[in-house]
Design a protein around this ligand. Structure first.
Ligand SMILES: N[C@@H](CCC(=O)N[C@@H](CS)C(=O)NCC(=O)O)C(=O)O
Length: 211
């Protein structure tokens, strides 16, 4: 199996962590590709050229959630909420939406200051703070329990982990740790997992958006 990715993509990060934590790290070949370039090796198999993209034989699978569900089938573990457990699906959808909003905001931060949309940033700031407050009040794994052992790996949790990683990297809500302490403790428990720590966004992999 091959995963096309970029190191700072939060969606690809979720897939990479899921693969490692499900014992599929060795089985998953990683291929770092450029985005929005005409020569991307992704385009011949997936015309929009987006990542993460999983290729396994004839199967070309996009969307982090689908990729993780496929990895679940391979590993026999369950990280993605199954249709039928609608409460879990609903919570997962909220976490994915939170990641989407943080990602939109972070893309804005990759532009030069003159090119950033003030309106978009204002809207994202309000949305993200609402999301943070909701997560702070509702996260299910109490910090005490999480610190007693490794916290559970789920697509739901990894959406939040990846979103917080982007938030910190792009310094989007600088007071979030003080303002949302339960969430900060929750996050620390995940950041202690090697696959989470090793996949955090980095300056080395940062590609500014120049146009
Ligand atoms: N809904 C997708 C989002 C994937 C996504 O936004 N990928 C970005 C990188 S983080 C991408 O490929 N951007 C390139 C483009 O849109 O041309 C998922 O869950 O996998």
């Amino acid at each position: 199996m091959k995963l096309y990715y970029t190191p700072n993509s939060p969606y690809a990060r979720i897939c990479r962590i899921t693969a490692i934590e499900s014992g599929l790290g060795e089985a998953l070949e990683l291929d770092w590709v450029g985005l929005r370039t005409q020569d991307s090796p992704v385009i011949p198999v997936s015309p929009l050229g987006r990542i993460p993209l999983l290729v396994d034989g004839d199967l070309v699978l996009s969307e982090a959630r689908h990729i993780c569900a496929y990895l679940d089938e391979k590993s026999g573990r369950r990280t993605v909420a199954p249709y039928g457990d609608w409460q879990a699906v609903a919570e997962e959808a909220q976490s994915l939406a939170f990641l989407d909003v943080v990602t939109v905001w972070s893309r804005e931060m990759r532009r030069s200051e003159a090119e950033r949309s003030g309106f978009l940033q204002e809207v994202a700031d309000i949305q993200v703070r609402r999301g943070l407050a909701h997560l702070n009040d509702t996260l299910k794994t109490p910090a005490g329990k999480a610190s007693a052992g490794a916290p559970p790996i789920s697509f739901d949790a990894l959406c939040v982990v990846a979103a917080l990683g982007m938030m910190q990297f792009y310094e989007l809500v600088t007071d979030w740790r003080e303002s949302y302490p339960a969430l900060a403790a929750w996050s620390d428990a995940y950041d202690a997992i090697a696959s989470v720590a090793d996949s955090a966004p980095s300056q080395d992999a940062l590609r500014p958006l120049t146009r």
